[in-house]
Ligand binder design. Structure first.
Ligand code: SF4
Ligand code: SF4
Ligand code: FES
Length: 201
């Protein structure tokens, strides 16, 4: 076991655990968006940032991908941490302004507006990649992936054309933190939504 500290509390972790996994074992809350224990972590959203300190030195790391080490001093609620989370939440509001889940998460940090440009007021997908990771890693199919780049980045079947690789298992819909996948699913299978609701429900 590895001994480290989180918020000045001594905790113990197994080799290869991440800081996030360790914090969760001790009921210490760290917000996440692109993390789910069913799939490998990607470190994409940066919402789970925490601060590591050693004397005068400190740095911010994404806790879902940062491995534990002996003697680490981790802080989950410092001013630096909360500033970066607010920044990330502003970016998320701009990226998917129509998502009530993101709005509600942002509100917990006092974020209700964004200074970043909104490209699609109807967007609810954060492009967190959980849906494509579960399809590839758990279902074993890779029927969907992240396509295009920059502000046009989205999730869908290859070339955004319907694919019969998808078996309509509904795992991507279940794991989606914003509900966006339910709508996207229609374009993946080009099948009636009712079939998905039955399978996912
Ligand atoms: S559809 Fe959902 S799970 Fe997939 S990238 Fe968008 S928000 Fe994430
Ligand atoms: S419903 Fe289709 S796209 Fe979604 S996880 Fe299952 S196989 Fe993959
Ligand atoms: S939850 Fe860690 S980067 Fe998204």
């Amino acid at each position: 076991m590895i001994t480290l500290h989180i918020n000045d509390q001594q905790v113990q972790a197994r080799e290869r655990w991440t800081v996030l996994e360790t914090a969760r074992q001790y009921g210490i809350d760290i917000p996440t968006l692109c993390y789910h224990e069913a799939v490998s972590p990607s470190g994409a959203c940066r919402l789970c940032m925490v601060e590591l300190r050693e004397g005068e030195w400190s740095k911010l790391v994404a806790s879902c991908i940062y491995p534990v080490a002996r003697g680490l001093q981790v802080y989950t609620q410092t001013e630096r941490v909360n500033n970066v989370r607010r920044w990330v939440l502003e970016m998320l509001i701009a990226a998917c302004p129509a998502s009530p889940e993101i709005r509600s998460l942002a509100k917990q940090y006092g974020v209700t507006e964004t200074r970043f440009p909104i490209h699609n007021p109807e967007e609810t997908c954060t492009v967190c990649g959980l849906c494509s990771r579960i399809c590839e890693e758990v279902v074993g199919l890779a029927a969907i992936a992240t396509v295009e780049r920059g502000v046009h980045k989205k999730v869908g079947a290859p070339f955004l054309r319907p694919t019969d690789v998808c078996v309509a298992c509904g795992c991507c819909v279940t794991i989606c933190p914003t509900g966006a996948m339910e709508k996207i699913f229609d374009t993946v299978r080009q099948a009636p939504k009712q079939s998905l609701v039955r399978l996912a429900g």
